[in-house]
Design a protein. Structure first.
Length: 331
């Protein structure tokens, strides 16, 4: 992320953006080289592998056009951290790419950087480099997250085994309901659902339990059913999910109680997306120990199904097989 020539706004151009707003976000990480070079220098700790993930967000697609930019910045890092969490990785830094719409004012950039700063403080996450450009289109953001796991210890999607139990963290459906609340299409008296959509909490605390007991793992970003399907495809198995057992929040249960068809409501929550929970499989004999460790680390895990011979995702509700019309978000 080199310092380019100043734009028409003086120190509000690229130089000011990097010098005044981004350099402090490096948190003194030596590999960032104070953002004075075109690249960073990274070395994993001895006995560790680097884990790298990248997600992009576009205004009007992944966040609302009027979402506060500090919250957008935090969400950008959170959704990427969620990928690391599902791999059992500890985050070590990130690279940032921003395409600012032409005419973006300095105050908006300041607010965005403040969101990055707060997120960096919460997760001890330094900025290591990146790029910034202008665009005639919508605000477009991308972050590449770097993490570490003990050598050979990353948890894959492709290693679920027949007989494993399927578990998920937290609750499912609040992200999808939160999007509706943020749009003003769903009552949200205390704003909790909209906050869940705008400010997800990656399950980094699960690293110890996942690395010790999980057979396979993925984060729930595009919908519980869709992400279960990705484990099923990668592992060559069938993921059988019982929607009766999928954990819901009080708000989710209240919404479900108002639906004319509970099965359709459960399917909608399970396919909605934006939950950023962790879906994993664990050998049946290890489930109690796994759940106890996860709970000791502050994360409740619910058993929602099992891994069987076959292919794809099989969904049931109240003992009846369902045929979902959609599994989740597709790009």
């Amino acid at each position: 992320m080199p310092s380019g020539p100043e734009g028409p706004g003086g120190d509000e151009g690229e130089f000011g953006w990097i010098e005044r707003l981004l350099r402090p976000l490096t948190r003194g990480a030596p590999g960032a080289l104070k953002l004075l070079d075109d690249a960073a220098v990274l070395s994993p700790r001895a006995g560790h592998d680097l884990v790298v993930t990248k997600d992009a967000m576009v205004a009007g697609v992944h966040f609302l056009d009027d979402d506060p930019l500090d919250q957008v910045a935090g969400k950008l890092l959170a959704v990427n951290l969620s990928d690391l969490a599902a791999k059992g990785a500890a985050p070590t830094g990130y690279f940032l790419s921003v395409a600012w719409p032409v005419g973006t004012i300095w105050a908006d950039k300041v607010r965005f950087a403040e969101g990055l700063r707060r997120a960096g403080d919460v997760w001890d996450l330094p900025l290591l480099g990146g790029d910034t450009v202008s665009t005639p289109g919508p605000l477009t953001l991308s972050a590449t997250l770097i993490g570490e796991v003990p050598s050979g210890g990353m948890i894959l999607r492709s290693t679920a085994r027949v007989g494993d139990q399927v578990l998920v963290s937290g609750v499912i459906g609040d992200g999808w309901l939160g999007l509706q609340a943020a749009r003003g299409d769903l009552a949200d008296p205390d704003g909790a659902l909209a906050r869940k959509y705008r400010s997800p909490s990656p399950r980094l605390a699960l690293a110890t339990a996942l690395r010790r007991w999980a057979q396979s793992s993925a984060d729930v970003s595009d919908g519980l059913l869709a992400d279960a399907g990705r484990i099923a495809i990668a592992s060559g198995v069938e993921m059988r999910l019982d929607l009766d057992r999928v954990p819901l929040s009080d708000a989710g249960a209240a919404w479900l109680s108002g639906q004319p068809d509970p099965a359709d409501g459960r399917l909608a929550l399970a396919a909605g997306g934006d939950d950023y929970e962790v879906l994993c499989t664990v050998a049946a004999g290890d489930v109690d120990a796994f759940r106890a460790q996860a709970l000791a680390d502050g994360v409740a895990m619910g058993v929602i199904g099992q891994v069987c011979e076959g292919a794809g995702v099989a969904v049931s509700f109240e003992g009846m097989r369902l045929e979902p019309q959609r599994l989740g978000w597709t790009h």
